[in-house]
Design a protein around this ligand. Structure first.
Ligand code: MN
Length: 267
């Protein structure tokens, strides 16, 4: 589990560092061995998330172990999508500046360059007001989460009117790449409008280029690149405290070094 929570903390920070998440938004992954659970941080801004912030939830979005920490109000987005889509292994909900103009104007984001095909052919719209009338626009009730999951259908992303977007993936790395490339695509689409009318990729191109963008060697390469950018900014997550070597596992010299360090701190 340790490696998994560290990857999820890293995914949170990558998506924040690349401008998909900000103070808000969240990314989860399905539990690697228990398909009826998922992993998500306690309520915290994604750029600050550490492995030890990651909690385990049932698909009803209840914490598996009683948690003292504050939880994300919108976590039903994750649980309801994992319930509806057996193929989905990771979910990201965000309010990225790149997608907001489309969510506000109600204009579709369509793939306009080869890597934009990572988002699939279309992202449907969902308007919370249609079914639930006046709300604070947060997706907090299970019925709101289920409605969003229905609108997502078999697509890779859904746009939420006047709110943001939710993106899904068959793996954490695929999801991170898709979320980032979809934002790049939205940004290019909007900028290309100042030059003319951007033509979306052909249906066959979306399929071919989309398959390519999800290849393990491609998502490993992008993950490595975004991790390096994060490291260069000095924002890599710390290691899990739970994963620190126990006293028994530490060598004599490592214990001596730790002792010296503690002494140094007291001075
Ligand atoms: Mn939100």
């Amino acid at each position: 589990m340790t490696g998994v929570v560290e990857e999820l903390a890293l995914a949170n920070r990558i998506l924040a560092h690349e401008g998909v998440l900000d103070a808000f938004g969240h990314v989860s992954m399905r539990h690697p061995t228990l398909a009826d659970r998922y992993l998500l941080s306690r309520s915290r801004s994604p750029l600050l998330i550490e492995p030890d912030d990651i909690l385990e939830f049932t698909l009803d979005s209840e914490p598996v172990r009683p948690a003292k920490a504050l939880l994300y109000a919108e976590r039903v987005i994750h649980g309801c999508i994992y319930q509806a889509r057996k193929d989905v292994m990771a979910v990201c909900h965000h309010h990225a500046p790149a997608v907001m103009p489309f969510c506000i104007a109600g204009k579709p984001i369509v793939p306009v360059f080869h890597l934009g095909a990572a988002m699939g052919g279309e992202a449907p719209f969902w308007d919370q007001h249609d079914e639930f009338g006046d709300t604070n626009l947060l997706v907090v009730k299970p019925e709101e989460g289920r409605s969003l999951a229905r609108a997502l259908g078999q697509n890779s992303a859904v746009l939420m009117n006047r709110h943001g977007a939710t993106v899904v993936g068959a793996s954490l790395k695929e999801l991170v790449a898709r979320a980032i490339f979809m934002c790049q695509n939205a940004d290019y689409q909007l900028r290309a409008l100042t030059l003319g009318t951007p033509e979306p990729l052909h249906r066959g191109e979306v399929k071919l280029a989309g398959t390519l963008s999800a290849m393990p060697n491609v998502v490993t390469r992008t993950w490595e690149y975004w991790s390096m950018r994060l490291e260069a900014s000095g924002a890599l997550p710390p290691r899990s405290v739970a994963a620190k070597p126990t006293r028994r596992a530490m060598s004599r010299s490592a214990r001596a070094t730790a002792r010296e360090r503690r002494k140094g701190r007291r001075r």
